[in-house]
Design a protein around this ligand. Structure first.
Ligand code: PLP
Length: 359
């Protein structure tokens, strides 16, 4: 059984079994993980250790805080302008697809963000992005926001930002922990949990310490980074279960050899699938090779009317969650860290069979 859902997404089986095993008596506390207090010594120690492992995995320098918030990435779409901008100030929002544009629309409620469109369709009908060194940032913008992996279209930006004097913010929801990144290139990185971290409900923020200095009292407390930091990410009752599972994921990743090792596997998985898609006219992907996502692989059937039949047959073959997002259509295979290369081979085997039957 392989689950290609975009998030909530497939989990490593080992983690699922561990959750099950320890469920009733979490960490020898005689309480289940659903009943434990976030103020208990037991959980506080676990939380500290979880942050330590996360920092180690991503090599996060000491001048950054790590905050464990709620409200998902969409919560951060509001929190970022509320914390970092005054109402008359402006910011740059790079528009590379659905999610980066959604962040722009939310920021518009609180300030005057500028929408910088970097996507276009070229003659061969492939989705192309303007390279980062051609982005025209506004000199008066307080920060630039972009999304390195557009989960819905399967478009990725692999370049790392190099904008001197600009605060760079990245929505890493669907790409965090999947590839090595240089944290120092960013002032703020955020990611909701439900792809490569753990269950939905938890949102992780990596923020440069000096950004906390100028936050005003007017920011709603639940979204206020300064308050979140001062309360050790426990201003309100945190999503304990998601936090616990995130801790298990980080340990699992460390055992797997860390991010560099998992990145290699992710590249192999994605290349294998793209190679097959490119080898046949029956399926096609619309993204230029340099911007093809390693996490979300989108493709269309040449004969669109076959799409529902493809999905139906895929489920019969125990391949789940392949329906493309309603805003984009087609098929989407989300292949986060937990997806094995065997899962990719099973999908390709099915795609070949389907082509033979209906092509
Ligand atoms: N940003 C990206 C890149 C996403 O993939 C998603 C959800 O899939 C979101 C934002 C929204 O996340 P949430 O539902 O946690 O608010």
């Amino acid at each position: 059984i392989y689950n290609f859902n975009p998030g909530p997404a497939m989990f490593p089986k080992k983690i699922l079994l561990k959750i099950q095993k320890n469920f009733h008596n979490w960490n020898k506390s005689n309480c289940s993980i659903l009943e434990i207090s976030h103020r208990s010594k037991n959980f506080l120690e676990y939380a500290i250790n979880t942050e330590k492992n996360f920092r180690e995995l991503l090599n996060i320098p000491s001048e950054y805080h790590v905050l464990f918030a709620q409200g998902g990435a969409r919560g951060q779409f509001s929190a970022i302008p509320l914390n970092l901008l005054k109402p008359h100030e402006t910011s740059d929002y790079i528009n590379s697809g659905f999610w980066s544009y959604a962040a722009f629309l939310e920021a518009k409620k609180f300030c005057h963000p500028k929408n910088i469109n970097i996507k276009y369709i070229n003659n061969s009908k492939l989705h192309t992005l303007l390279p980062m060194n051609k982005w025209k940032l506004n000199p008066d913008s307080q920060y630039v926001h972009y999304c390195p992996n557009e989960t819905i279209e399967g478009i990725s930006i692999f370049e790392e930002p190099n904008f001197s004097q600009k605060i760079v913010i990245g929505d890493f929801s669907s790409v965090i922990l999947s590839r090595v990144i240089n944290i120092k290139k960013y002032s703020l990185i955020y990611a909701s949990a439900q792809k490569n971290i753990g269950p939905a409900g938890l949102t992780i923020i990596i923020i440069k310490k000096d950004l906390l200095k100028n936050i005003t009292q007017n920011v709603p407390s639940i979204l206020n980074y300064q308050i979140l930091f001062k309360t050790n990410s426990m201003f309100n009752t945190p999503p304990i279960f998601s936090w616990y599972v995130a801790g298990l994921t980080f340990k699992w990743l460390k055992k797997k050899g860390g991010i560099a090792a998992i990145e290699k596997k992710n590249i192999l998985k994605a290349k294998t699938l793209y190679k097959y898609i490119d080898s046949t006219e029956f399926y096609n992907n619309l993204v230029v090779p340099e911007n093809r996502s390693l996490m979300n692989i989108t493709f269309f059937l040449k004969n669109h009317t076959l799409t529902p039949i493809f999905l139906n047959n895929a489920e019969k073959n125990k391949l789940y969650g392949l329906k493309g997002h309603s805003a984009y259509g087609g098929i989407r295979a989300s292949i986060y860290n937990a997806m094995s290369i065997k899962g990719i081979f099973s999908l390709i085997k099915f795609m070949k069979y389907f082509e033979k039957k209906f092509g």
